[in-house]
Design a protein around this ligand. Structure first.
Ligand code: 5RP
Length: 240
């Protein structure tokens, strides 16, 4: 991992520590440098990406549009006047910009806190470069402290929870208003605690094959090549 730090003038002038929300704004704005003029950009989901989308609106006349990873991001992009393309209309994207729930020193991530992991992995897979934007609380040594999101077909939930139990994990169905949360794809999310994901590639390959698993929230095959990390001393760029 190579690291460079670029303190922002606002930070240098301020003695008050930045809030997590301000760090998200910083990295959202910093991600604009990876957007290629005249092209379509891949856009993730979440509160950090919302800051990026807001920043993207300021250069919307310089891009063709976006491929989005969720209904929520699509609605935000369109409300700001940015054209959203279906992923099937686009062959390759040069860059995909998204947040993470955890990222390690190799660019492997846990994602899906916003329940958008399946579409996120699809858009990441059609992109040449994954630029992760995150505040420094997301940088971990080993993935697994954040409950691992897994999108599953509803009839497989019990069996998948049993398979995680055999690995020492405790899975629960994610709820919304007391009912199972239904994803943009009509499926459920299981959140798994108690895992230590020492080999993210092997873990992702294994769990992805379990019957009924649509997407596991480990992004090792689609890991980040760059992470813009919001820290007290500015935006650090990690290259993997
Ligand atoms: C959504 C995601 C998000 O990227 C992840 O949850 C981080 O979100 P936030 O920027 O709000 O912390 O994977 O499915």
């Amino acid at each position: 991992m190579n690291t460079t730090a670029s303190p922002s003038p606002a930070i240098a002038a301020s003695t008050t520590p930045l809030t997590q929300d301000e760090l998200k704004t910083l990295v959202g704005q910093a991600a604009l440098q990876y957007v290629v003029p005249g092209e379509i950009v891949g856009v993730g989901t979440g509160s950090t990406v919302n800051k990026f989308i807001d920043a993207l609106a300021s250069i919307k006349d310089q891009i063709r549009g976006a491929v989005s990873s969720s209904v929520a991001s699509t609605e935000r992009l369109q409300a700001l006047g940015i054209t959203v393309f279906d992923s099937n209309e686009v062959e390759r994207l040069s860059v995909y910009i998204d947040g993470a729930d955890e990222i390690d020193a190799h660019g492997n991530m846990v994602k899906g806190g916003g329940a958008a992991l399946t579409r996120e992995k699809i858009v990441a897979a059609q992109s040449d470069r994954f630029v992760c934007i995150a505040d420094e609380s997301k940088l971990v040594q080993t993935l697994g402290q954040f409950p691992l999101p897994v999108e599953v077909i509803p009839m497989a939930t019990r069996r998948v929870i049993q398979q995680f139990a055999a690995k020492g994990g405790v899975g629960t169905i994610r709820l919304k208003n007391g009912q199972p949360l239904v994803t943009d794809n009509g499926q459920y999310i299981i959140d798994v605690t108690g895992l230590q994901i020492a080999d993210p590639l092997a873990f992702e390959a294994e769990v992805s094959q379990w019957p009924g698993v649509v997407t596991v929230g480990v992004f090792a095959f689609q890991r980040a090549q760059v992470c813009l990390l919001g820290t007290a001393s500015g935006v650090k760029t990690l290259n993997f």
